[in-house]
Design a protein. Structure first.
Length: 299
């Protein structure tokens, strides 16, 4: 075959391949508009997650769109006791397709609406319920020849969400103050940027946060740069409007592993560097009831 004909044939094949690749996203978008396809896809993903983690998982619908990205509705994952550990009413993720190979999973924006997370330890158990889930990902990393799990989102948003932290092996008699063995954060509205997960480490910036704890304390506004790993939690440029106080500081929690939080008082070192701050002493009553009797203001 003459060289000119071979070149022409190669160009035709290359053009056909490009056209097929370009047709895939709109074809998938059209296909996933069918409610039956959304339901079947959700069942397939549910099966994969359940088999991988060993935990009961449910997803109502899964939708893919070339413009809006991935939408998951009705996500629920139970812990080993059969109680809800992760619940999300709606998850919207917009991937950056071209950069996935450069930094694991890369998203332009991730939004969670009506999310609920329950992290805790049951009576008589040593491990927290999230341990089994984390171990399943760790097993994948180890079997993959030393690779690492990476996820990055340029923007992450939570609305109308909640977080429950509990430990049934401990009991605190704090009266009307916060119960450290049963912390429930509700009405969470959070916006973060530059969110990164690399294995068990987190790095992100909180641009805005408002939340209420069940004891009554309210964080009206909060912003900071956070780094969290198995050796420490560091909040730089932390600014908070909490109850009647306004705080500006750098805060560090130093520890040897995540398990140190189970023995917080003895195993976690706290270091704070305060800038000009206004502290209403009575606000400390949410953490120690006797402080409600002190109306003094510092700063």
């Amino acid at each position: 075959m003459p060289r000119k004909n071979r070149t022409k044939k190669f160009r035709r094949l290359l053009l056909n391949a490009i056209l097929i690749l370009l047709a895939i996203p709109p074809a998938l978008t059209f296909l996933f508009r069918d409610p039956m396809v959304q339901t079947l896809s959700a069942k397939m993903l549910t099966s994969v997650l359940s088999n991988k983690t060993g935990l009961h998982t449910e997803i109502q619908t899964l939708k893919l769109d070339i413009f809006s990205g991935i939408e998951i509705r009705g996500l629920r994952m139970d812990d080993h006791r059969g109680n809800p550990m992760i619940q999300v009413k709606r998850l919207q993720a917009k991937p950056v397709y071209a950069d996935w190979g450069l930094f694991g999973l890369l998203f332009r924006e991730v939004e969670l609406e009506g999310a609920g997370f329950s992290y805790g330890r049951y009576k008589g158990e040593e491990e927290f319920n999230f341990t089994k889930l984390l171990d399943s990902f760790q097993d994948t990393t180890q079997s993959g020849g030393g690779g690492s799990f990476k996820l990055k989102s340029r923007k992450l948003k939570l609305t109308a969400s909640k977080f429950h932290l509990f430990d049934e092996n401990k009991e605190y008699n704090n009266g009307i103050s916060m119960d450290y063995a049963d912390i429930l954060l509700d009405s969470i509205n959070l916006e973060m940027t530059d969110f990164k997960i690399i294995n068990d480490s987190l790095n992100f910036r909180i641009d805005s946060l408002s939340v209420r704890e069940q004891c009554g304390i309210v964080i009206h506004k909060m912003s900071a740069d956070f780094i969290m790993s198995s050796s420490g939690l560091h909040a730089k440029g932390l600014r908070m409007e909490i109850a009647q106080s306004t705080l500006d500081l750098d805060l560090d929690f130093n520890y040897s592993s995540y398990k140190s939080f189970s023995y917080f008082i003895d195993s976690v070192e706290m270091v704070g560097n305060f800038r000009p701050t206004i502290l209403q002493m009575g606000d400390l009553g949410y953490f120690a009831e006797i402080m409600f009797q002190m109306p003094n203001k510092i700063g």
